[in-house]
Structures are given as C-alpha cells and as structure tokens.
Write a new protein. Structure first.
Length: 260
C-alpha cells in the first residue's frame, strides 16, 4: 500500500484530526497504518473507502479495523466501509478488533443495514480489558492495547514496527491515566487527544498532555481530536505543553503522513 521500495516501512496517515464536531477542514479523528502489503484502520470515521483511495491506498489490502470505543465519531464509517468493500469485489476476511461494548454497537450498526449477510467475511476479535494486551502481530507490526479513561470503555493502541522497533501510540479519547503512560513508554510518536482547556473527567488539557508525554518519555507529540479554540493561538497551547514536556509538539492536519 505504500508506494516505495521498502516493504517493511510503516506509514501512518491521519485520515481525520478533528474532534467529535467536524469542520470544513477536519474530519473526525482516525488513522491508516500501512506497509507495502497491508493496512490497518484505527477507528473508522466518515467515508473511509473514499479516504483510502484519496491517499493512494488499495482498500482490498486493508487487513483490519481497530475500534477504540463506541462513540459515533469513531465508528460510524464502518457500515459504509463494509458496503463499499463488497461493491469493490472484496471477498477476503476483514478483521474488526474492539472491546466487547464497542463490538455490540458495531454489530448493531452492521445489522441495521444487513451487512453481515454480504460476501465480505467479517472476523470480530474481542480485546479484553487488560493492560498492554497483545492484540495482533504479523510480519510487519505488533499491536498492543490498554484501557484508558473515557466516558465509555475505551482502549489506547500501540503499534510497533518490526523493522525499526519504533512505536506509535494512539491515545484515543481519554483523560490522563497510568495505563496510557505505560502504553506510551518510549514511543517514537504519541498521537494524543487534546480536547479541553480545563480538567475534564474524559478528556485531556494541554498541560496534562505535557505531563503524559514527559512521564512516558515519548520522542514527539502529535495533537489530534483537538477543539478549534486550542488552535486560535496554537503557540499558547504548545507553550502550555512545553511547561512539562521539552520535546517537539505539533497539531495534526488531515492527510498528514508520518513514517515509523
């Protein structure tokens, strides 16, 4: 799926970088992680088939989807993805990884459109609520998950490249918690939600992002799922993070690409 000569390289594409309320320039937050042979979606926002084509990925090489939790902005694109894969001629299985509550919602959505009867075989994998669970591994990557602190059962995701031994961590929606810090320990990049300015039971502030990143010792922080008021004066948000974390910080934009 990556148009280069290194089959081991992992490419991370930000398919959406925005919060639950999308804008003209930002879709809801979700990602593609891919190498030359296969890809994974982390969450499944709007028009995923279209987005895959837009970034030059072949949808039939998509191996699976990891759903972090059962809020609309993180899984409402799943029925559309399955429907369009079927129309595209896919017959290979598609794995769908999630915790049990998220699986229940995903199944209800698919059944609403009678999509489980289509020729695309769907293989559901339940992720247990345990820290640093080995969710999957193959020739190119290893995936671990941990529960994080949100309004509904939610999991953060760590993907490690076998070729480089570097890791990217996706916080999902969460307030600070030790499980996220442990999952992110030593990662090359942390894709961290930053939704609120004041402490909140289910989301993170800039200062808290700095504390998480510093304690975990990550190399770089990419802000996602951020509210628009935090980018009115982006230097103020980054300065607040820098009070706790000395490393590089940037705001993600839709279709940004990172190498792992």
């Amino acid at each position: 799926m990556v148009a280069n000569n290194d089959r081991a390289a992992l490419r991370i594409v930000v398919l959406g970088s925005g919060p639950a309320l999308a804008s003209a320039s930002q879709d809801n937050t979700y990602f593609l992680v891919e190498n030359e042979a296969e890809g994974l979606l982390i969450d499944c926002g709007g028009s995923p088939f279209h987005k895959l084509l837009k970034v030059g990925a072949e949808p039939n090489r998509l191996k699976g989807v990891i759903l972090t939790h059962a809020h609309p902005d993180h899984l409402y694109g799943l029925p559309s993805l399955v429907h369009e894969l079927w129309l595209h001629g896919r017959r290979a299985p598609l794995r769908i990884f999630s915790n049990r509550e998220t699986q229940r919602v995903a199944l209800a959505l698919l059944d609403l459109f009678d999509l489980r009867s289509r020729p695309v075989p769907l293989e559901f994998r339940v992720i247990p609520t345990e820290e640093e669970h080995l969710a999957m591994e193959d020739e190119g990557l290893i995936v671990h998950t941990s529960p994080v602190k949100h309004e509904v059962p939610t999991m953060g995701v760590r993907i490690t490249s076998r070729a480089t031994d570097r890791a990217a961590v996706f916080s999902a929606d969460t307030s600070p918690c030790p499980e996220l810090v442990s999952l992110a320990r030593g990662a090359k990049v942390l894709f961290q939600e930053c939704t609120v300015e004041e402490p909140h039971p289910f989301h993170s502030t800039p200062r808290q992002v700095g504390e998480i990143a510093a304690e975990a010792g990550v190399e770089e922080v990419i802000l996602v799922h951020y509210h628009r008021h935090l980018v009115k004066e982006p230097q103020v948000t980054i300065a607040e993070i820098a009070k706790r974390y000395p490393g590089p910080v940037r705001f993600a934009k839709d279709f940004d690409v990172y190498e792992l």
